[in-house]
Unconditional design. Structure first.
Length: 237
């Protein structure tokens, strides 16, 4: 989850160019929520698309809680993925939940990386059923990133690899740390009796979000690289 900088978005193409500009990578199989307009404390957030419908409530609660906590009243949604059904299911669930809290979804799109599709039910010529092809290479925000010396990586995995590095021993240590922290997540979400609960998962993710924010602040202050354990914790699911 990242804080916003002011960027003017006038079209779906601008929105699609904005996401990798602010995230630092091109998302895959993700839902991205960005603040639109004024907010108490605007933010951008990316979550993995749920592999199981039972995981959808966790995604919805994580987004709605973040939106409420930051005083955001309008957002845009971009879903990255090839599965039209999953994209519509997730977008609709998030849109409905936000609407119950008085938050407006100004735009909702799905992209497969080559074409974007409206998720708002638009049937106008600007939103053809077969999607709209696009290319971000010549977009002003892409040029701005180059001008600023910002490296926009091809995927979240590429970002992860750039942080962890290529040392096999270091990679193994970080992978072990990911497993440890994933186990910790499951343990935190699991009640004394029964399966893991969305509420337990949500609380743990909020705590982890606070830790990530504090670790980023520390890095900006002292430029101390992540330890293997911290890298694993940062990238655990």
């Amino acid at each position: 989850m990242t804080k916003t900088r002011t960027i003017t978005v006038r079209s779906p193409l601008d929105l699609l160019a904005m996401v990798p500009y602010v995230m630092g990578f091109h998302p895959e199989d993700s839902i991205v929520v960005v603040t639109v307009g004024d907010a108490v404390d605007g933010f951008h957030a990316r979550l993995d698309l749920p592999n199981d419908p039972d995981d959808l409530p966790v995604v919805v609660e994580t987004i709605t809680d973040a939106v409420e906590r930051n005083g955001v009243r309008r957002v845009a949604i971009v879903v990255y993925g090839d599965d039209e059904y999953v994209a519509e299911m997730v977008s609709r669930a998030v849109t409905d939940a936000l609407g119950e809290g008085g938050v407006t979804v100004a735009e909702a799109l799905r992209t497969d990386g080559d074409r974007w599709f409206s998720l708002t039910g638009c049937t106008e010529p600007c939103c053809p059923e077969e999607g709209t092809p696009y290319d971000l290479r010549s977009h002003p925000l892409t040029a701005q990133a180059v001008l600023e010396g910002q490296v926009t990586l091809s995927s979240r995995q590429a970002l992860e690899d750039s942080i962890i590095g290529g040392d096999p021993e270091a990679l193994e240590a970080a992978e072990e740390a990911v497993d440890r922290h994933n186990d910790r997540l499951l343990a935190a979400a699991r009640p004394p009796v029964g399966p893991p609960s969305p509420e337990g998962t949500r609380k743990h993710l909020v705590q982890e979000g606070h830790w990530v924010a504090e670790r980023v602040r520390t890095f900006l202050a002292d430029a101390e690289p992540l330890s293997h354990d911290e890298a694993g914790r940062m990238w655990s699911r």
